[in-house]
Design a protein around this ligand. Structure first.
Ligand SMILES: *Cc1c(COP(=O)(O)O)cnc(C)c1O
Length: 365
């Protein structure tokens, strides 16, 4: 059996350090906005090269609060991708704005900058690219478009913690960004958690208020906010893992490159690195005409595999009526042929060889 992600093996290496930190938080009863949240925010801001990092309750909340703090609201349009997790679009809907879905690049699966420019209307207020599967979107081009049309740029970094474009981290390029610490993400907590990053003092101050009931001074409330704080216990875990994030992401890249090398001769399309930034392989997603046969063979051998994402957002029940006239040919074709293989920092060469062996036996039979 080979799981999609092996969190147990990762835990074994850092167990002592995490347990010590958790015990301290429990003994001090410093559960809410305690010293570890502050410590983590400082360490994450330093690592990501941003002025402010604000811990929140989830990645979904991070995107929601980032949009709200940037002043996106009712009647505004936000251009984004339909080839992503639903939370990207949910966050836009939460602030009362409308997601406008545009097509993706057929090789990277990231939002197509030229499609963004074509979709701009007088109502467009922001662009929200997703650094999908850990590969940075074409931020140079997207930033240029946003500057030209005076649009806010909010990055969905849920899958890209630690991914760089030259010497800049994803999450440090737009007006604001949202990260997720869902356990299986590149930097994962032991439950839900998220982070907003920004270089704007004003945006940071707003996010801090919004995450804590619209309050700056306790029991004085200036706006309707939310209960969306990062737990101190989660911050303990994140501080321990943040120290090792470079090693974790290098482990993911090593695994991905071995897969791609071993499958180079097979009739499938391995992930494409466009070289604009460094792919940190949150997922290893390939394209294969015979996806169903490959999935079945892997499942029979109890090898993890999954489809991210089988139904693009504009075809989901929740959106399909409102977006019936939207057609995104590249997105639809990728969704019909993509599949993801197990990937995590500690995936062994041996297991990669076993997985590739199963795929090879299907495709060369
Ligand atoms: C995981 C994810 C989110 C949401 O993060 P949560 O922490 O699960 O709320 C948002 N966008 C993308 C692209 C994601 O993969």
């Amino acid at each position: 059996m080979i799981p999609m992600v092996n969190l147990k093996a990762q835990y074994a290496e850092i167990k002592d350090e995490i347990e010590q930190g958790l015990e301290q938080t429990i003994e001090n009863c410093s559960f809410i906005l305690g010293p570890n949240v502050q410590g983590f925010e400082k360490e994450a801001a330093d690592y990501l090269g941003v002025k402010h990092a604000i811990g929140v309750a989830s990645g979904t909340d991070a995107l929601h609060l980032a949009l709200a703090a940037e002043g996106i609201g009712a009647g505004d349009e936000v251009i984004t991708t339909a080839f992503t997790f639903i939370a990207t679009a949910e966050a836009i809907c939460y602030v009362g704005a409308k997601p406008v879905f545009v097509d993706i690049d057929p090789r990277t699966f990231n939002i197509d900058p030229e499609a963004i420019e074509r979709a701009i209307t007088p109502k467009t207020k922001a662009v929200m690219p997703v650094h999908l599967f850990g590969q940075p979107a074409d931020m140079a081009r997207i930033k240029e478009i946003c500057a030209k049309h005076h649009l806010k740029l909010i990055e969905d970094c849920a899958q890209s913690f630690g991914a760089r474009i030259d010497d800049k981290q994803t999450g440090s390029i737009g007006n604001a960004a949202g990260f997720s610490f869902f356990p299986s993400k590149n930097l994962g907590a032991f439950g839900d958690g998220g982070l907003v990053t920004t270089n704007s003092d004003e945006t940071a101050a707003k996010v801090k208020m919004l995450r804590n009931h619209g309050s700056d001074v306790r029991y004085y409330h200036d706006v309707i906010g939310y209960n969306s704080r990062l737990d101190d216990m989660q911050a303990v875990v994140l501080r321990v893992k943040l120290k090792r994030i470079e090693q974790y992401n290098q482990g993911r890249r090593r695994a991905a490159h071995l897969y791609s090398k071993l499958m180079a001769d097979l009739p499938l399309t391995v992930p494409y690195e466009d070289g604009l930034g460094e792919h940190v392989y949150h997922q290893y997603t390939l394209l294969c005409d015979r996806r169903d046969d490959v999935l079945k063979a892997l499942q029979d051998k109890q090898i993890g595999c999954a489809i991210y994402y089988p139904v693009p957002l504009h075809r989901q029940n929740v959106f399909k009526e409102a977006y019936a006239d939207v057609s995104l040919p590249v997105t639809e074709s990728v969704a019909a042929n993509c599949m993801a293989l197990p990937i995590c920092p500690n995936l062994s060469d041996e297991n990669i060889e076993i997985i590739v062996g199963v795929i090879r036996s299907v495709l060369t039979a």
